[in-house]
Design a protein. Structure first.
Length: 282
């Protein structure tokens, strides 16, 4: 069982934010904005998936996972709330969220499937967010000149994603989820995630008026494929999920633990409520 702490981030997201908050870089700002646009609906899907899977466990195993699921739900609900606040600023910048409606549409498509499918989809996404979190924490200096409030927001989110990366996966296994479906959904989710990310980034750049600027695509090439490029760096950790018998704990969480320890002044711990109530209420 993983002990998960629910934290309230001490960052003001109500006052205005600069349009190109990521070092004035249009591409990187558009990329992170796109990811944020997926989070409110996406995090709710993850909460629903883990909660539905937990309810299918035998009573003794529900008890085993009760606190962990409470923590997972609490962390994801907090992420959902924070990114909703952030996304409100994006609307004021004239950006249009086309990703969220697609997530809601996909939820309707798979609503009739067994909860194991939802858990497998969630576990795949949690692998993406965990390896992306590790990349961001490992390369935190690349955010040094960004809007300070947002640097804190992204690294706090990254640290917690790494912290709860095993929950959906472990419940999937507890319920008898197979390697076949774990890998099928991982491959499908990979394709959809890359397509949806690219579509939303291009849409953001279009509305921003920077889609056809040479500096935009010069930045994209460097940030995605340079010496510390995101896609270049994430390929190997992404591929580990394809290994038979893979478990998320194979990826070290030291960077997450260190950030949460060293930045304890940036958040407060949320008081714990009865676990069953928290699981049911989110």
């Amino acid at each position: 069982m993983t002990e998960l702490v629910v934290r309230r981030l001490l960052v003001d997201l109500k006052t205005p934010l600069p349009r190109h908050w990521c070092e004035g870089d249009a591409f990187r700002t558009a990329l992170f904005n796109a990811l944020s646009m997926s989070f409110p609906a996406g995090e709710q899907f993850f909460i629903d998936s883990v909660r539905a899977g937990w309810k299918l466990l035998p009573a003794d195993r529900q008890g085993h996972y009760k606190d962990e699921v409470q923590g997972f739900v609490g962390q994801e609900a907090t992420h959902r709330r924070i990114h909703t606040l952030f996304n409100d600023h994006l609307k004021s910048h004239g950006l249009v969220n086309h990703w969220e409606p697609r997530i809601l549409w996909m939820r309707k498509i798979i609503a009739g499937l067994h909860p194991l499918h939802m858990l497998s989809i969630t576990a795949a996404h949690e692998h993406f967010t965990a390896i992306l979190a590790d990349y961001m924490l490992r390369n935190h200096d690349m955010l040094n000149n960004t809007e300070p409030r947002l640097k804190t927001m992204w690294l706090w989110h990254a640290a917690e994603e790494s912290e709860h990366k095993t929950t959906a996966y472990d419940i999937y296994r507890e319920l008898g989820g197979t390697e076949e479906w774990r890998l099928k959904w991982f491959k499908r989710v990979t394709v959809l995630f890359l397509i949806d990310t690219a579509r939303q980034v291009v849409n953001n750049l279009w509305h921003d008026g920077t889609l056809f600027k040479g500096s935009t695509w010069k930045s994209a090439k460097a940030y995605l494929f340079g010496d510390r490029g995101m896609l270049r760096s994430l390929y190997q950790p992404w591929k580990t999920y394809l290994k038979e018998g893979f478990h998320p704990n194979e990826h070290d969480a030291t960077l997450s633990q260190n950030w949460l320890r060293d930045h304890a002044d940036q958040y407060t711990r949320v008081g714990s409520a009865p676990a069953t109530a928290a699981v049911a209420a989110a």
